[in-house]
Design a protein around this ligand. Structure first.
Ligand SMILES: [Zn+2]
Length: 126
């Protein structure tokens, strides 16, 4: 940044934002590192340098986190079923068992790709 904002100016702008009734957010400005504010209009701006930032809707974030937790549990269960199938199979691998193992592998694969797409979604928002 070429034109650096003095400490006094920075404090003044933060104070002004608070006086205007803007809500201070825990996130910081990617440009100058000052706390970000949410205006009554729902915009997220840096009160110091004026940068507008688009934040992830926290609700959406929470939803994705929850979905990921559920998927983690499902994948964990599927892997356990798979392990049991393989353990019980020992020497004799019947067609029926192979079919079950295949469908478990399929399900794990599907759940993993959903999980990956959720992780992707999170990154894209940030
Ligand atoms: Zn800033």
């Amino acid at each position: 940044m070429s034109d650096e904002i003095s400490r006094e100016e920075r404090s003044k702008r933060l104070a002004e934002a608070l006086l205007k009734g803007w809500r201070m957010l825990p996130e910081t400005c990617p440009v100058c590192g000052s706390p970000l504010f949410e205006t009554p209009g729902g915009e997220v701006v840096c009160a110091v340098c004026g940068t507008k930032v688009i934040l992830v809707q926290s609700e959406e974030d929470v939803k994705i986190e929850k979905q990921k937790l559920i998927l983690e549990k499902i994948i964990g269960d599927l892997v356990r079923y798979l392990e049991r199938e393989i353990y019980e199979a020992k020497e004799e691998l019947s067609n029926e068992r192979i079919e079950r193992i295949n469908s478990l592998l399929d399900a794990i694969d599907k759940a993993s790709s959903i999980y990956k797409s959720l992780t992707h979604q999170e990154k894209r928002h940030r």
